[in-house]
Design a protein around this ligand. Structure first.
Ligand code: ADP
Ligand code: MG
Length: 332
């Protein structure tokens, strides 16, 4: 609990997409490589995530729904080197205080599992035996049913669904190794197989990125001084695309960062003489101890131990890749 106080307590549950984010991050933290998402009415009526992760042990179940009861951080050193996505220990508690939450889980291949139901504030979660394949399903119904003021603040189903799909896209791009299914109002919207190589990753990008992106995008993979940058950058014929088609992941976590944005823009401007709305899907990998991901719990900010090193590496890698491509185009 003392440690929890050192972590900024953010407002987790803002809209259906924030619920989905927390659930998916929990599933990924639990080692799942298959995720099924079901939504109804923009996630307001129903939002369900089923995973094949390690499940939750019977003894840990009451704790999972308690505030500040994360199982993921034990020491301040963990906090510094945090590699997991969620680490505040309050998402499930917060969600269950503003929705009807049901969690079914099993740690065994036998299919023997447990169900916990929690609804609204001040409710003691009820635990009973229930079958479930190894893994966890979390079902969230009637978001904000007991907080009409917040419910009123929600936009149309369509808008909420837009946020949900945007989040889905980001997570599906961040973890190509994980299989994802997304259903909305009983219809399958996306079914993504795990991508193991560049070709199968590009299949996934074809589904998730604007049409034409992958056909003319440039693939790069560069490594230096403990940093690796890989992914796809769009060339200028896609420059009319929107600024929100920019995906940048640090150790598999989606971030938006001024230093990163600056390095990328500079590289584009330097080579192509303009840096307007480049489209990209880029992954930066580095030692988790040299980056803080917990600057703000709900925003996607990071702080690099050595910002200059990262900036220079990004700029140089992209610069080289873009310059090579331009040279190739000009000699054709
Ligand atoms: P945090 O993720 O910050 O630890 P949460 O409230 O999101 O806090 O989850 C509380 C705990 O419940 C987690 O620490 C984890 O032990 C357990 N948990 C939640 N979701 C899952 C899941 N899908 N699979 C396995 N364990 C889970
Ligand atoms: Mg969590």
């Amino acid at each position: 609990p003392r440690l929890a106080n050192q972590i900024a307590a953010g407002e987790v549950v803002e809209r259906p997409a924030s619920v989905l984010k927390e659930l998916l991050e929990n599933s990924l933290d639990a080692g799942a490589n298959e995720l099924e998402i079901e939504l109804e009415a923009g996630g307001i009526k129903l939002l369900k995530v089923r995973d094949n992760g390690r499940g939750i042990d019977e003894d840990d179940l009451p704790l999972a729904l308690a505030r500040h009861a994360t199982s993921k951080i034990y020491t301040l050193d963990d906090l510094e080197g945090v590699a997991t996505l969620g680490f505040r220990g309050e998402a499930l508690a917060s969600i269950s205080s503003v929705a009807r939450l049901e969690l079914v889980t099993s740690v065994e291949d036998s299919g023997k599992g447990w169900r916990v139901v929690a609804e609204g504030r001040d409710m003691t979660p009820r635990v009973s035996p229930a079958p479930h394949p190894r893994g966890t399903s979390v079902i969230v119904r009637d978001l904000f049913f007991n907080t009409p003021a917040r419910r009123k603040f929600l936009r149309t189903e369509r808008t909420e669904y837009g946020h949900l799909e945007g989040l889905f896209r980001r997570l599906a791009l961040s973890r190509p190794d994980v299989a994802f299914t997304l259903k909305h109002n009983s219809k399958v919207v996306h079914r993504l197989r795990p991508a193991v190589d560049q070709a199968s990753q590009e299949q996934r990008l074809k589904q998730l990125m604007p049409s034409g992106f992958i056909d003319s995008a440039l693939y790069l993979d560069m490594e230096a001084t403990g940093l690796r940058l890989w992914g796809w950058v769009g060339l200028p014929n896609q420059a009319r695309a929107q600024a929100d088609q920019q995906y940048f992941f640090v150790n598999g976590r989606s971030i938006r960062d001024r230093l990163v944005a600056h390095a990328i823009r500079q590289a584009y401007q330097d080579v192509l003489f303009h840096g307007r709305h480049p489209v990209f899907v880029l992954h930066l990998e580095l030692d988790p101890h040299v980056v803080d991901v917990n600057v703000h719990p709900t925003k996607h900010e990071v702080r690099f131990r050595d910002g200059r090193l990262v900036h220079d590496f990004l700029f140089r890698s992209l610069h080289r890749a873009l310059a090579d491509t331009r040279a190739g185009q000009e000699s054709n």
